[in-house]
Each structure stands twice: as C-alpha cells, then as structure tokens.
Design a protein around this ligand. Sequence first.
Ligand code: UD2
Length: 212
Amino acid sequence: MSSRDKFNIMKIGLLIIATNKYDVFIPPLLKSVKKHFMKNHEVTTFVFTDKEMPNKKGLVSLPHIHEPWPNVTLKRYHVFDKHKKELSEMDYLYYCDVDMLFVSDVGDEILPDKNSTAYVPNEYKGCYFAGGFNGGTSKAFLNMSREIKDRVNKDLENNIIAIWHDESQLNRYLIDNQPKVLSPSYCYPESWDLPFEKKILALDKNHKEIRG
Ligand code: UD2
C-alpha cells in the first residue's frame, strides 16, 4: 500500500481554459487554487491556453487555439474529450472558469457521495446549474464530456446553438444524470449579496471588452 492509498489521497485534476485576453485571470486563480483547493489531495491543474505557461509542479499546460465567442466555451467539452487519455489518469476532474477565485477552503465536501446501488435520487426540482464550476469522478466527467460534445456537434450541424451554450447543455445532461448539488458558495457572483458563505467567486468583468 503506498502512502497515497494509506491517507486516501486522491488525484484531482482541475481544468481551466484561458485563451485570448482571459490569460490575465490565470495567475490569481492558480494562487487561490494552491491556497484553498483540495489541500489534502494531489492537485494537477490543466491549463488549456494559447499562451506560454511557466514550468511548475502540479501545472500542466496544454496548447489550445483560441476560437471566437461562443465557440471557446461552447466546445469546452470537445477539448476535455480530446484529452481523455491523459485526464482519465485522475481520480476526479473539476472544471472552473478562469475568471473565478477560491476565497475559502474547498475540499472533500464536494466529492460525489459513494451511494449504494439502492440509492434513489431526489425528484427533479428544476434546479439550474451555473457552468462556472463542476466536476466529479474522472469517469463520469469524461462520459459527460463525450455526450455533450456529440450533442453540440449535432446542434451545430443543424445551425443551432443552445441559448446558454455549454451551460444549457450541462443543464440538460444533469436532468438525466442527477448530480451531487453544490450550493451557490461554489460559484458566487462577486458583486452579489447572497445568504451563503463565499468559497469560489465568479469575478465581475466587462464581457464585451474582454471577449473582443
Ligand atoms: C457563464 C458560465 C460559463 C459558461 C458560459 C456560457 C459561470 C460563472 N460561468 O459565463 O461557465 O457556461 O456562461 O455562456 O457560471 N474563455 C476564454 N477566452 C475567451 C472567452 C472565454 O478562455 O476569449 C473561457 C474562460 O475560461 C471563461 C469561459 O470561457 O471563464 C466562459 O466565458 P465567460 O466567463 O466570458 O462566460 P460567462 O461569464 O457568461
């Protein structure tokens, strides 16, 4: 038994896409990840980017060509599906928008519960999930990536893009595949005032200017 197994240390992959002007968000996000994300586990951050990245432990930079809005976000699951071999070496995969910040510890409480085969999920109550932060076991995440990739491609063949891009696709997928639901603490809009603890902030930005 290795010491990793002994202490139940998991390999966690954090997936980030940052192309064009969004590279400005990388350094503060990485700093906050180091300080707050899954501190008891082995975290590897995969950055899909069109920029040069420094060589650092726990950081994997993967070259990624920028596509104009909305394709850069709409086709995020295509990217993860393309890299499934490397990503499936992780125990868990989480995706995070690059314009976000971890401001409090985020740990084991977000990992999927190990439910028995008799587990019955709650009735669907019409929850809407933000696209900014989500994940689970690498197997489930990569299955979802493949499925959403196929659905996006089918839509595109018919000249259709769902209203909120990847986020609409994610929500459709989660209706059929009930997830563990995280509170708004994990995707907390920076300037909002919600009755939840701030754990991961979705930063305010000028969409028009930064997507330009
Ligand atoms: C929301 C969701 C986002 C996605 C999107 C779909 C939250 C906090 N965010 O974000 O996850 O579902 O709606 O429309 O719930 N990007 C680049 N380069 C670019 C443009 C975008 O790398 O030039 C990447 C980057 O990782 C960014 C992500 O795409 O964080 C989503 O883009 P956004 O943050 O501009 O989208 P937003 O705020 O509408």
